[in-house]
Write a protein that binds this ligand. Structure first.
Ligand code: ATP
Ligand code: MG
Length: 568
């Protein structure tokens, strides 16, 4: 490509970058708008209420919502509830909560595909009248056998040439409940020799004497997904029906249905690759087993990546949006590193959350020259990188909790924390010099001793000398004892996700419960979903299930550092 002339170089380059940063779906939409195929953009998220949503669905939700917003269009939220066997109201409610939480604003456009059963039925009748659908008496096994495969063409059903009148009568009888499940089906009459197996006279309606969560016992025939879905899109004037790659081979059938059912300005389907994450379990089958075996604490266990679990763990909608943006949309399936999700939540919380002091593995530090019984309030900044978060008062006294790992009797090289004779800074307070420790009969350190230098008070402008280490602390008389939970990935892909017998190879360290943690008194009133940075230990969120009043349980969302770096 030729280089743009000097003066315009900057802007031309930028425009080019913007153009190439458009994903392939955006490019298709813009082409459609430019060519007048559509004069508006309308997208949708169409979950089947048969389980909880996970991070992959979040991608689909934010992608569809984002496209509608970007092109001044609308985003519909529709339950694809055409299959009465697997669907439950519990899932409908959790899915609505998740979509709202993610911030995908569907305004007043929450729909149920089952509300269109009448229209679907009319479409089927229209197809019969046009000679494009027929009632077939073959059994499910026979239909399968007649279908052929990639190398053999299918064989036509002996019922394929029934008259329109006969088909109308039989279909009516199917609807009236004259036939048992599986006795008769309605099939599209397309092409049994088509190289695309989906086009070989697919079943479009079946008999199922079942109660539907929305329509009750009104219907005993139900439309098949491939027939129902394009009609749902068309009824709602969806323009771009965005779905995942496994539906690519179904697109010719999608187009056939909207064309033959004579919808004006029919929608078009565009496929993208599903999102997969490393080191997590997304398959509904596996999650169900983990729940049933009591290995995880429900669908919202913080080690899972259902949206409910991510919310409980402390992920924010903003962090998930950032993640989805960074991952982008692709046409080929691949797995994204879990560490990218962690990077996104760290980036989101870094400047937003106060940095509190919490000691997870406590040992006492006694400052022998500090007045006994005295408590002074120290002012500490809430976030040293963001002044806007202001400051708070933290009580300081003679006896403190510090992390056990912040003291060593015999330190290795480059250990800058407490050891006999060494001076460190207590964050927001004073310099202290370690004078020794006490031990129990087994040689475990029980108390660390130190002296402080009153001249070194934080904020006093002291510049006399420097120390290499800063440690955090919590004053014992006012400390709150809390439970903290630390997590690791539930499976480790490097060690193999599955065992030889097909069961999950679970990480035995995926959950560590610490019951003797001490935090500043300010954290006592933390509410469910509140999150904080605990200095040096990571970001923590108040558990929404197991916290009680004045006794918060903290879930570690993510540690402060990882080896992961976003390539710039
Ligand atoms: P099932 O496992 O039962 O097939 P599903 O994951 O396909 O379920 P649906 O409720 O049918 O769930 O999905 C709703 C929408 O979410 C669909 O448009 C689907 O393509 C999309 N979707 C599902 N999984 C992912 C994923 N991993 N990445 C991106 N989009 C996804
Ligand atoms: Mg599905």
């Amino acid at each position: 490509m030729e280089k743009p002339v000097e003066m315009a170089a900057g802007t031309a380059g930028m425009a080019e970058a913007a153009e190439s940063s458009k994903n392939f779906i955006e490019q298709e939409i813009e082409k459609d708008l430019a060519e007048g195929v559509y004069d508006h953009v309308q997208t949708r998220f169409p979950p089947e209420p048969n389980g909880y949503l996970h991070i992959g669905h979040a991608k689909s939700i934010l992608l569809n919502y984002g496209l509608a917003k970007k092109y001044g269009g609308k985003f519909n939220f529709r339950f694809d509830d055409t299959n009465p066997t697997k669907e439950k109201t519990e899932f409908v409610e959790s899915i609505i909560e998740d979509v709202k939480w993610l911030g995908a604003d569907f305004e007043d456009r929450l729909f149920f595909a089952s509300d269109y059963f009448e229209t679907m039925y009319e479409c089927a009748v229209l197809l019969i009248k046009k000679g494009k659908a027929f009632v077939c008496d073959l059994s499910a096994d026979e239909i399968k056998a007649y279908r052929g495969d990639f190398t053999t063409p299918g064989k036509e059903s002996p019922y394929r040439n029934r008259s329109v009148e006969e088909n109308l009568k039989l279909f009516e009888e199917m609807k009236e409940g004259k036939y048992a499940d599986g006795e008769k089906v309605l099939r599209a009459k397309i092409d049994m020799a088509s190289p695309n197996i989906n086009m070989r006279d697919p079943v479009i309606y079946r008999v199922a004497h079942m109660t539907h969560h929305n329509t009750g016992d009104k219907w005993c025939i139900y439309p098949m997904y491939d027939f129902a879905h394009p009609i749902e899109d068309a009824v709602e004037h969806i323009t771009h029906s965005i779905c995942t790659l496994e539906f690519e081979d179904h697109r010719p059938l999608y187009d056939w249905v909207v064309r033959e059912c004579e919808f004006e300005n029919p929608p078009r389907q565009i496929e993208f690759a599903k999102l997969y994450l490393t080191n997590v379990v997304t398959g509904k089958r596996y999650i169900k087993k983990l729940v049933e075996d009591g290995i995880v604490d429900g669908w919202d266990d913080p080690r899972l990546v259902s949206i409910a679990a991510l919310r409980r763990r402390g992920y924010t909608p903003e962090s998930i949006q950032k993640f989805v943006d960074l991952v982008g949309v692709a046409k080929a399936n691949s797995s994204v590193d879990y560490a990218l999700l962690e990077y996104c939540i760290r980036e989101d919380l870094k400047l937003k959350k106060p940095r509190m002091m919490a000691v997870l593995d406590p040992v006492k530090l006694v400052i022998d020259n500090y007045p006994e019984g005295q408590t002074e309030m120290l002012t500490v900044p809430n976030n040293t990188e963001n002044e806007e978060l202001g400051s708070r008062q933290v009580p300081f006294s003679r006896v403190l909790y510090i992390e056990r790992e912040d003291f060593m009797e015999e330190p290795p090289k480059k250990y800058f924390r407490l050891f006999p004779g060494n001076e460190v800074r207590l964050f927001g307070a004073y310099f202290v010099t370690c004078t020794g420790c006490e031990k129990d009969a087994d040689g475990n350190v029980t108390v660390v001793h130190a002296t402080y230098d009153p001249e070194t008070k934080s904020g006093s402008g002291f510049i006399g000398r420097k120390v290499k280490g800063t440690i955090h602390w919590v004053s014992v008389p006012t400390a709150e004892k809390v439970e903290c939970r630390l997590y690791e990935n539930i499976v480790d892909e490097e060690k193999g996700k599955l065992n030889e017998d097909g069961t999950l190879n679970l990480n035995p360290n995926s959950l560590t419960v610490l019951k003797n943690c001490y935090v500043e008194p300010a954290l006592k009133d933390a509410k469910a979903y509140d999150s904080f940075q605990f200095m040096r230990s990571g970001y923590f969120c108040v558990d929404s299930k197991d916290s009680t009043e004045n006794a918060p349980v903290f879930n570690r969302i993510v540690s402060l550092k990882s080896s992961f770096r976003l390539e710039k």
